[in-house]
Design a protein around this ligand. Sequence first.
Ligand SMILES: Nc1ncnc2c1ncn2[C@@H]1O[C@H](COP(=O)(O)OP(=O)(O)O)[C@@H](O)[C@H]1O
Ligand SMILES: [Mg+2]
Length: 221
Amino acid sequence: MDKILHIENLGKTYVQGHERILVLENIDFDIKAGEFVALLGPSGSGKSTFLNLVGVLDDCYSGSITLFGSRLEPLSEVKKAELRRRNIGFVFQFDSLLPEFTVLENIDMPALIMGRGDTGAAMALLKRFGLEMIAHKFPMDISGGEKQRAAILRALRNKPGLVIADEPTGNLDKHNAKIVLDDLKKVNAAGAAVLMVTHNEEASAYADRVFHLSGGRITAG
Ligand SMILES: Nc1ncnc2c1ncn2[C@@H]1O[C@H](COP(=O)(O)OP(=O)(O)O)[C@@H](O)[C@H]1O
Ligand SMILES: [Mg+2]
Protein backbone atom coordinates (compact mmCIF):
# COMPACT_ATOMS: atom_id res chain seq x y z
CA MET A 1 0.00 0.00 0.00
CA ASP A 2 1.44 3.27 -1.02
CA LYS A 3 -0.77 5.95 0.52
CA ILE A 4 -1.54 5.37 4.17
CA LEU A 5 -3.48 8.60 4.54
CA HIS A 6 -5.66 10.26 1.93
CA ILE A 7 -7.70 13.35 2.76
CA GLU A 8 -10.17 15.07 0.47
CA ASN A 9 -11.79 18.42 1.04
CA LEU A 10 -11.46 18.26 4.81
CA GLY A 11 -13.23 20.94 6.80
CA LYS A 12 -13.69 21.54 10.50
CA THR A 13 -15.79 24.10 12.33
CA TYR A 14 -16.15 24.33 16.09
CA VAL A 15 -19.48 25.52 17.36
CA GLN A 16 -19.48 27.37 20.68
CA GLY A 17 -22.84 28.75 21.67
CA HIS A 18 -23.86 30.95 18.75
CA GLU A 19 -20.33 31.24 17.49
CA ARG A 20 -18.86 29.14 14.70
CA ILE A 21 -15.09 28.92 14.47
CA LEU A 22 -13.89 27.75 11.07
CA VAL A 23 -10.53 26.06 11.70
CA LEU A 24 -9.87 23.88 8.65
CA GLU A 25 -11.16 24.38 5.15
CA ASN A 26 -10.79 22.56 1.86
CA ILE A 27 -7.77 20.49 2.80
CA ASP A 28 -6.40 17.82 0.47
CA PHE A 29 -3.50 15.92 1.92
CA ASP A 30 -1.71 12.58 1.57
CA ILE A 31 0.96 10.65 3.41
CA LYS A 32 2.76 7.72 1.87
CA ALA A 33 4.04 4.71 3.78
CA GLY A 34 7.35 5.46 5.47
CA GLU A 35 7.32 9.24 4.94
CA PHE A 36 8.36 11.81 7.55
CA VAL A 37 6.07 14.82 7.23
CA ALA A 38 6.34 18.01 9.29
CA LEU A 39 3.49 20.47 9.75
CA LEU A 40 4.31 23.98 10.89
CA GLY A 41 1.96 26.77 11.84
CA PRO A 42 1.32 29.45 14.43
CA SER A 43 -0.40 28.72 17.70
CA GLY A 44 -4.14 28.46 17.22
CA SER A 45 -3.90 27.70 13.50
CA GLY A 46 -5.56 24.30 13.89
CA LYS A 47 -2.59 21.92 14.01
CA SER A 48 -3.87 19.85 16.93
CA THR A 49 -7.36 19.89 15.45
CA PHE A 50 -5.92 18.46 12.25
CA LEU A 51 -3.93 15.76 14.06
CA ASN A 52 -6.97 14.73 16.10
CA LEU A 53 -8.92 14.21 12.88
CA VAL A 54 -6.12 12.27 11.19
CA GLY A 55 -5.64 10.23 14.35
CA VAL A 56 -9.33 9.27 14.55
CA LEU A 57 -9.75 11.05 17.89
CA ASP A 58 -12.42 13.40 16.53
CA ASP A 59 -15.07 12.38 14.02
CA CYS A 60 -16.86 15.66 13.61
CA TYR A 61 -15.75 17.11 10.25
CA SER A 62 -16.69 17.49 6.62
CA GLY A 63 -14.94 15.84 3.70
CA SER A 64 -13.32 12.45 3.68
CA ILE A 65 -10.43 10.72 5.41
CA THR A 66 -9.04 7.39 4.26
CA LEU A 67 -6.56 5.67 6.57
CA PHE A 68 -4.71 2.50 5.67
CA GLY A 69 -7.16 1.84 2.89
CA SER A 70 -10.32 2.34 4.97
CA ARG A 71 -12.60 5.30 4.52
CA LEU A 72 -13.49 6.46 8.03
CA GLU A 73 -16.93 7.98 7.50
CA PRO A 74 -18.94 4.76 7.10
CA LEU A 75 -17.12 2.93 9.92
CA SER A 76 -18.68 2.26 13.32
CA GLU A 77 -17.09 3.68 16.47
CA VAL A 78 -15.76 0.23 17.32
CA LYS A 79 -14.15 -0.27 13.90
CA LYS A 80 -12.63 3.20 14.04
CA ALA A 81 -11.15 2.58 17.47
CA GLU A 82 -9.70 -0.70 16.23
CA LEU A 83 -8.20 0.97 13.16
CA ARG A 84 -6.64 3.59 15.43
CA ARG A 85 -5.18 1.13 17.92
CA ARG A 86 -3.73 -1.08 15.22
CA ASN A 87 -2.21 1.57 13.03
CA ILE A 88 -1.54 4.79 14.88
CA GLY A 89 0.79 5.76 17.69
CA PHE A 90 0.45 9.13 19.43
CA VAL A 91 3.04 11.37 21.05
CA PHE A 92 1.63 14.47 22.74
CA GLN A 93 3.32 17.71 23.74
CA PHE A 94 2.65 17.40 27.44
CA ASP A 95 3.56 14.56 29.69
CA SER A 96 1.00 11.85 29.05
CA LEU A 97 2.48 8.91 30.96
CA LEU A 98 0.29 7.39 33.66
CA PRO A 99 1.92 8.41 36.96
CA GLU A 100 1.00 5.28 38.91
CA PHE A 101 2.74 2.92 36.47
CA THR A 102 6.45 2.41 35.76
CA VAL A 103 7.95 3.46 32.44
CA LEU A 104 8.00 -0.19 31.34
CA GLU A 105 4.33 -0.66 32.23
CA ASN A 106 3.42 2.60 30.47
CA ILE A 107 5.18 1.46 27.31
CA ASP A 108 3.43 -1.89 27.39
CA MET A 109 -0.01 -0.31 27.99
CA PRO A 110 -1.15 -0.07 24.33
CA ALA A 111 -0.47 -3.81 23.90
CA LEU A 112 -2.14 -4.64 27.22
CA ILE A 113 -5.26 -2.79 26.05
CA MET A 114 -5.25 -4.97 22.93
CA GLY A 115 -5.10 -8.05 25.15
CA ARG A 116 -1.51 -8.90 24.32
CA GLY A 117 0.59 -7.28 27.00
CA ASP A 118 4.22 -8.42 27.04
CA THR A 119 6.68 -6.45 29.15
CA GLY A 120 9.52 -8.39 27.48
CA ALA A 121 8.65 -6.76 24.17
CA ALA A 122 8.36 -3.38 25.91
CA MET A 123 11.81 -3.92 27.45
CA ALA A 124 13.23 -4.77 24.02
CA LEU A 125 12.01 -1.37 22.80
CA LEU A 126 13.68 0.37 25.75
CA LYS A 127 16.93 -1.45 24.98
CA ARG A 128 16.77 -0.57 21.30
CA PHE A 129 16.71 3.10 22.27
CA GLY A 130 19.27 2.76 25.07
CA LEU A 131 16.72 3.52 27.79
CA GLU A 132 16.64 0.33 29.83
CA MET A 133 17.93 2.23 32.86
CA ILE A 134 14.58 4.00 33.27
CA ALA A 135 12.40 0.89 32.78
CA HIS A 136 11.46 0.47 36.42
CA LYS A 137 11.25 4.14 37.34
CA PHE A 138 8.02 6.04 37.76
CA PRO A 139 7.30 9.06 35.53
CA MET A 140 7.82 11.50 38.43
CA ASP A 141 11.41 10.23 38.81
CA ILE A 142 12.61 10.83 35.24
CA SER A 143 13.42 14.00 33.26
CA GLY A 144 11.14 15.78 30.77
CA GLY A 145 13.27 14.50 27.89
CA GLU A 146 13.09 10.94 29.18
CA LYS A 147 9.31 11.24 29.53
CA GLN A 148 8.96 12.21 25.88
CA ARG A 149 11.30 9.40 24.83
CA ALA A 150 9.22 6.93 26.84
CA ALA A 151 6.07 8.34 25.21
CA ILE A 152 7.59 7.67 21.79
CA LEU A 153 8.29 4.06 22.76
CA ARG A 154 4.73 3.70 24.02
CA ALA A 155 3.53 5.01 20.64
CA LEU A 156 5.60 2.30 18.95
CA ARG A 157 4.39 -0.56 21.08
CA ASN A 158 1.73 -1.84 18.64
CA LYS A 159 4.05 -1.35 15.66
CA PRO A 160 1.97 1.39 14.04
CA GLY A 161 2.31 2.35 10.40
CA LEU A 162 1.85 6.00 11.39
CA VAL A 163 3.20 7.90 14.38
CA ILE A 164 1.49 11.23 15.05
CA ALA A 165 3.47 13.64 17.19
CA ASP A 166 1.93 16.93 18.37
CA GLU A 167 4.75 19.34 19.26
CA PRO A 168 6.77 16.53 20.85
CA THR A 169 9.66 18.90 21.59
CA GLY A 170 7.51 21.87 22.66
CA ASN A 171 8.45 21.59 26.33
CA LEU A 172 12.08 20.57 25.93
CA ASP A 173 15.38 22.43 25.85
CA LYS A 174 17.47 22.29 22.66
CA HIS A 175 19.57 19.35 23.72
CA ASN A 176 16.62 17.16 24.67
CA ALA A 177 14.63 18.30 21.65
CA LYS A 178 17.39 16.98 19.41
CA ILE A 179 17.44 13.63 21.21
CA VAL A 180 13.66 13.30 20.79
CA LEU A 181 13.84 14.27 17.10
CA ASP A 182 16.64 11.75 16.59
CA ASP A 183 14.41 9.10 18.18
CA LEU A 184 11.59 10.00 15.80
CA LYS A 185 14.01 9.79 12.88
CA LYS A 186 14.97 6.33 14.09
CA VAL A 187 11.30 5.36 14.31
CA ASN A 188 10.91 6.54 10.74
CA ALA A 189 14.03 4.71 9.56
CA ALA A 190 12.52 1.52 10.99
CA GLY A 191 9.56 1.95 8.63
CA ALA A 192 6.79 3.96 10.32
CA ALA A 193 5.52 7.12 8.70
CA VAL A 194 5.74 10.14 11.01
CA LEU A 195 3.41 13.14 10.99
CA MET A 196 4.86 15.75 13.31
CA VAL A 197 3.52 19.14 14.24
CA THR A 198 6.10 21.58 15.42
CA HIS A 199 6.85 25.24 16.09
CA ASN A 200 10.47 24.55 15.55
CA GLU A 201 11.73 25.50 12.06
CA GLU A 202 14.84 23.40 12.63
CA ALA A 203 12.74 20.31 13.16
CA SER A 204 11.68 20.50 9.57
CA ALA A 205 15.24 19.54 8.66
CA TYR A 206 14.24 16.02 9.74
CA ALA A 207 11.26 15.77 7.46
CA ASP A 208 10.92 14.56 3.86
CA ARG A 209 8.15 17.08 3.28
CA VAL A 210 7.15 20.22 5.15
CA PHE A 211 3.72 21.86 5.17
CA HIS A 212 2.37 25.06 6.68
CA LEU A 213 -1.07 25.47 8.16
CA SER A 214 -2.58 28.94 8.26
CA GLY A 215 -5.95 30.48 7.58
CA GLY A 216 -7.44 26.99 7.63
CA ARG A 217 -5.40 25.86 4.62
CA ILE A 218 -2.38 23.64 4.24
CA THR A 219 0.34 24.64 1.82
CA ALA A 220 3.55 22.84 0.87
CA GLY A 221 7.06 24.12 1.52
N1 LIG B 1 -12.85 22.02 21.54
C1 LIG B 1 -12.82 23.24 20.98
N2 LIG B 1 -13.92 24.04 20.98
C2 LIG B 1 -13.90 25.25 20.40
N3 LIG B 1 -12.83 25.77 19.79
C3 LIG B 1 -11.71 25.05 19.77
C4 LIG B 1 -11.63 23.75 20.37
N4 LIG B 1 -10.37 23.25 20.19
C5 LIG B 1 -9.70 24.21 19.52
N5 LIG B 1 -10.48 25.28 19.27
C6 LIG B 1 -10.09 26.50 18.54
O1 LIG B 1 -9.66 26.11 17.25
C7 LIG B 1 -8.51 26.83 16.86
C8 LIG B 1 -7.37 25.87 16.57
O2 LIG B 1 -6.94 25.23 17.75
P1 LIG B 1 -5.80 24.13 17.76
O3 LIG B 1 -6.13 23.07 16.78
O4 LIG B 1 -5.59 23.72 19.17
O5 LIG B 1 -4.54 24.97 17.21
P2 LIG B 1 -2.96 24.69 17.34
O6 LIG B 1 -2.77 23.27 17.72
O7 LIG B 1 -2.42 25.02 15.97
O8 LIG B 1 -2.44 25.64 18.36
C9 LIG B 1 -8.24 27.82 17.98
O9 LIG B 1 -8.86 29.03 17.65
C10 LIG B 1 -8.90 27.19 19.16
O10 LIG B 1 -9.29 28.15 20.09
MG1 LIG C 1 -1.75 22.37 19.31
